[in-house]
Write a protein that binds this ligand. Structure first.
Ligand SMILES: [Zn+2]
Length: 315
């Protein structure tokens, strides 16, 4: 049987999965990313788990596991170089050359990209974007990421850094962003941005006990400030999405991530805003859709899907 490995490298945990060609995860493992400060021991332990997953599957299948490659979704992951470039939220600092390090253990293709790009490609290979050639994925979480597929290809741009729609400036001189600038979309529609909006509307300071999940529950209970929060966030995100349509005329915009789980309190104002701001020539051509991949699988599937891209590009 043919498999690929998907690695979701987060700041806290690294989740790994052995993925079938149809997008089923047969084995899962994880290691704590933040227990490492050097790349060498991190990759050594990662590869130990990869081999363990392969051995376990081999015992089940009764035949050798044929590995197509290892796909890695990582913060600041650069598709062109195969390196993670100075990701601020990782305890392993510097430029991390995964391709070179993994080669010490296994001679298979290694493809790396940032997590939002991987999520978009996962939707394309295994999810709701199958058969589409043009779409944009927005991921809402700690930050706001995006991946753009045009003509069936994930857009990397000249530097590998294409698709950072979360850092489009929504409000000039607005909220301070982690990127050092002010007013980025991310500062309003990430989990943290949503909490800040809620606290501002309520007139209380931001405290760690307020979460976007809680604001979602409050909205479903009819809490007026929580509902107003999601209306505001939906309006802002709808505007950003309508603007992004002018750029690549996608067939759909997909949405995923923790804060989107709230459902209608966000999606209703989002759709209204999107329609309000959309340029008339695009009306009816682009739909807003939720990711069809399971929240706890999307990152591994997206990373594994990157291997398909390498195969299709003939690299
Ligand atoms: Zn920013």
């Amino acid at each position: 049987m043919k498999y690929s490995i998907g690695v979701d490298m987060g700041g806290t945990n690294t989740d790994m999965g052995l993925v079938t060609e149809n997008g089923n995860i047969f084995q899962r493992r994880n290691i704590p990313t933040n227990a490492y400060t050097e790349l060498e021991p991190y990759v050594r332990d990662m590869m130990r788990e990869v081999k363990a997953m392969m051995e376990e599957q081999q015992a089940i299948d009764g035949e050798a596991v044929e590995l197509e490659g290892i796909g890695i979704g990582a913060p600041n992951g650069n598709f062109y170089t195969g390196c993670v470039d100075n990701a601020p939220n990782l305890t392993i600092k510097g430029v991390l050359d995964f391709g070179k390090e993994i080669k010490k253990y296994m001679s298979v293709p290694v493809v790396l990209s940032n997590d939002a790009n991987a999520a978009a490609y996962g939707e394309y290979v295994y999810g709701g974007a199958r058969g589409m050639k043009h779409f944009i994925m927005f991921t809402l979480g700690t930050g706001v990421g995006s991946g753009i597929v045009i003509d069936g290809k994930l857009v990397h741009g000249s530097t590998g850094g294409a698709g950072e729609l979360g850092h489009n400036i929504l409000v000039p001189h607005g909220r301070k962003c982690s990127c050092g600038r002010e007013g980025c979309l991310e500062t309003y529609t990430s989990a943290r941005g949503i909490v800040q909006t809620y606290c501002e509307l309520k007139g209380v300071p931001v405290t760690p006990d307020v979460t976007s999940k809680m604001i979602g529950e409050l909205a479903h209970q009819g809490d007026p400030i929580a509902m107003k929060t999601w209306e505001t966030v939906g309006d802002q995100l709808g505007l950003a999405m309508a603007n992004s349509v002018t750029f690549s005329a996608p067939e759909a915009i997909f949405l995923m991530g923790g804060p989107t789980q709230v459902g209608e309190p966000l999606l209703k104002p989002l759709r209204e805003s999107f329609e309000k701001y959309l340029l008339n020539i695009y009306v009816g051509s682009c739909r807003i859709r939720m990711s069809e991949l399971k929240a706890n699988e999307v990152a591994i599937l997206g990373a594994a899907a990157l291997i398909k891209m390498k195969n299709e590009n003939g690299k």
